[in-house]
Ligand binder design. Structure first.
Ligand code: AMP
Ligand code: ZN
Length: 474
C-alpha cells in the first residue's frame, strides 16, 4: 500500500516519494514540505476558497495518519491591488485593513476545524527574499525594466508553460494572459515588481521603490522557508495559469533547481454550474451559512464529499443532506455508548480491521476522501447490525471508539463541535433524573422547564422505550 497522487505537472498518478528518494519506512522520510497558496485578505473568504483550504487540511491530516512528519506553509497575501484599494477606501493603513481580514480568516479556519500549519508567512514580511530573487533573475538576463516596473521576460527564458501546457499562441492572442495595467514588451510577460504609485505603500529595493507583483510573493516565501525544492505545492485549479506557471519560471530561473516535486490542484466549488467567486457575486461566506442556521461542521463535511479533482456543485439542499449524514454518525455514537447487553466475545475486530484496510487503500489512491467517507458509512452500517444483534463486548466498544478517534484525525467532522462544549455529565444526568421524577409526579411544567434549560446548554433529549437519552446538539 503506497500513497499515489495525481501530479498536475506530469498529468499522471505518481507514487508519493517526499525528498525524491524512496525510503523503507514512512517514518524515515524527512518532514514533507508543503506550500499552499493562501487567501488574499481583502474581504471575507467564501466557501469556494474554503473547499481548497479544507482539502489542504485533509491532505495534511491524511499524511499524519499515514505516519509522515510535516512542514507545511500557507501564505497570507497582504499586499495587492485589492488590499490597497480596500485600505484606501476605508481610510486605514494597509496593515490595519489586512490585519482585520487576516483575523477573520483565522477564525473561519478554526470554525471549520482546520488544523494549524507550521508557517503562515506574510508577503509584506518577505520583501528581502523577493529582492534576492529579483537580483538572481537579473543576473541571468531575464529581467527588464519599464517605467519603474520590473518584468520577467518569458521569451528569453524559453522553458515556460510546462505546468499549464498553455499554448503560446493562445497567450499571444491575448485570450489568456496575466492581466496587468502596466506596460510590458510582450503580452505574456508578467510584472515581478510594480513601480511605486501615489497613495500606494512601497518598499525600497536596489531597483527602485515599489511593491511586489503577486507571483513573486509565493516564490519568495517558499525560498525563505525551505531554501530548496519543496515536495508539494497546492492551490485551486484557477491558479495553474498564470500564477503557478509564473512561480515556476521565477524560482527555477533564479535558483536553477526544481521548484516543486508534486503539484496538486483542487477543482472548483460551483454554484449553478459556474465557479463560486467574488466577482460573479454567486458566493456564500461561512458566516452567511451559519446565519442561515447551518453548522460549520456540515460545511466541512459537504466540502469533503467530492473527490478533490471533481467539481462540486454547492446547494443548500446538499448542505441539508450533509446534516442528515452527520446525524447518522451521531446517532450511531449514542447507540454505541448506550449498549447495555454486552457479548462475552469480541466480534468487532475483523470489522475494524477491514475498515482500516479498505479506508487506507481507498484514500491512498489519489487522496480519495469521498471514497473514504463511503467506506466509513459502510463500517457504521456493519456496526449497527452488531448492536442490533447484541454482539458487541465492552472491549469491542473501546476498540470502536478508538477507531472512530483515529478516523476523525483525518475527517475532523466526527467529533467536531463536541470538544468545544464542555459538558458536565453528572449535572446533566441529575437534571434528566429530576425531569423523569417530575414527569412521574405529573409536574409537567417543571419537566418542560428542565428540557428547555438543557436545550439552552446545547443538550437535546430523546425519550425512548429504554429511558431518556441525551446528546449534544449539533
Ligand atoms: P484567493 O484568495 O482568491 O487568492 O483564493 C484562495 C484560494 O481559493 C486559491 O487556492 C483559489 O484557487 C481557491 N479558490 C477560489 N475560488 C474557488 C472555488 N470556487 N472553488 C475552489 N477553490 C477556489
Ligand atoms: Zn501562490
Amino acid at each position: 500500500m503506497t500513497l499515489k497522487i495525481y501530479n498536475t505537472m506530469t498529468r499522471t498518478l505518481e507514487e508519493f516519494i517526499p525528498g525524491g528518494v524512496k525510503r523503507d519506512k514512512i517514518e524515515d522520510y524527512a518532514p514533507v514540505s508543503i506550500y499552499s497558496c493562501g487567501p488574499t485578505v481583502y474581504s471575507y473568504a467564501h466557501i469556494g476558497n474554503f473547499r481548497t483550504f479544507v482539502f489542504n487540511d485533509f491532505f495534511r491530516r491524511y499524511l499524519e495518519f499515514r505516519g509522515y512528519k510535516l512542514n507545511q506553509s500557507m501564505n497570507i497575501t497582504d499586499v495587492d491591488d485589492k488590499t490597497i484599494a480596500g485600505a484606501n477606501r476605508d481610510g486605514v493603513t494597509l496593515g490595519e485593513y489586512t490585519g482585520k481580514y487576516t483575523g477573520i480568516f483565522f477564525e473561519d479556519l478554526k470554525s471549520l476545524n482546520i488544523e494549524e500549519v507550521e508557517h503562515y508567512p506574510r508577503a509584506t514580511e518577505s520583501i528581502d527574499s523577493m529582492i534576492d530573487i529579483l537580483e538572481k533573475i537579473n543576473s541571468k538576463g531575464l529581467l527588464y525594466e519599464k517605467e519603474g516596473s520590473l518584468y520577467f521576460s518569458i521569451s528569453k527564458y524559453g522553458d515556460y508553460g510546462r505546468l499549464s501546457r498553455v499554448d503560446a499562441r493562445e497567450i499571444k492572442s491575448g485570450a489568456r494572459y496575466d492581466a496587468d495595467e502596466y506596460e510590458k514588451d510582450d503580452v505574456r510577460d508578467f510584472a515581478l515588481w510594480k513601480a511605486s504609485k501615489k497613495d500606494e505603500p512601497s518598499w525600497e529595493t536596489p531597483f527602485g521603490s515599489g511593491r511586489p507583483g503577486w507571483h513573486i510573493e509565493c516564490s519568495a516565501m517558499i525560498r525563505k522557508i525551505y531554501n530548496s525544492t519543496i515536495d508539494v505545492h497546492t492551490g485551486g485549479v484557477d491558479l495553474i495559469f498564470p500564477h503557478h506557471e509564473n512561480e515556476i519560471a521565477q524560482s527555477e530561473a533564479a535558483y536553477g533547481e526544481k521548484f516543486s516535486r508534486y503539484w496538486i490542484h483542487v477543482e472548483h466549488l460551483l454554484v449553478n454550474g459556474s465557479k463560486m467567486s467574488k466577482s460573479a457575486g454567486n458566493f456564500y461566506t461561512l458566516r452567511d451559512l451559519i446565519e442561515k442556521g447551518f453548522s460549520a461542521r456540515s460545511i466541512r463535511f459537504l466540502l469533503l464529499t467530492a473527490h478533490y479533482r471533481k467539481q462540486l456543485n454547492f446547494t443548500l439542499d446538499g448542505l441539508k443532506q450533509a446534516e442528515q449524514a452527520l446525524e447518522r454518525i451521531d446517532n450511531f455514537i449514542v447507540r454505541l455508548n448506550d449498549v447495555k447487553n454486552f457479548s462475552c466475545e469480541n466480534n468487532a475486530d475483523s470489522v475494524i480491521e477491514n475498515f482500516m484496510e479498505s479506508f487506507t487503500d481507498t484514500v491512498d489512491a489519489d487522496l480519495n476522501i469521498s471514497g473514504g467517507i463511503g467506506v466509513f458509512f459502510d463500517f457504521i452500517t456493519k456496526l449497527n447490525s452488531l448492536i442490533d444483534e447484541n454482539r458487541l463486548s465492552l472491549n469491542d466498544i473501546d476498540s470502536i471508539n478508538s477507531t472512530l478517534e483515529l478516523a476523525d484525525s483525518v475527517f475532523g467532522f466526527i467529533y467536531m463541535d463536541k470538544q468545544e462544549l464542555q459538558v458536565d455529565e453528572e449535572m446533566i444526568n441529575a437534571l434528566v433524573q429530576e425531569r423523569n421524577d417530575a414527569k412521574a409526579s405529573k409536574n409537567f411544567a417543571r419537566a418542560d422547564e428542565i428540557r428547555d434549560t438543557l436545550i439552552d446548554m446545547g443538550i437535546v433529549l430523546e425519550d425512548t422505550k429504554d429511558g431518556t437519552r441525551w446528546k449534544i446538539k449539533k
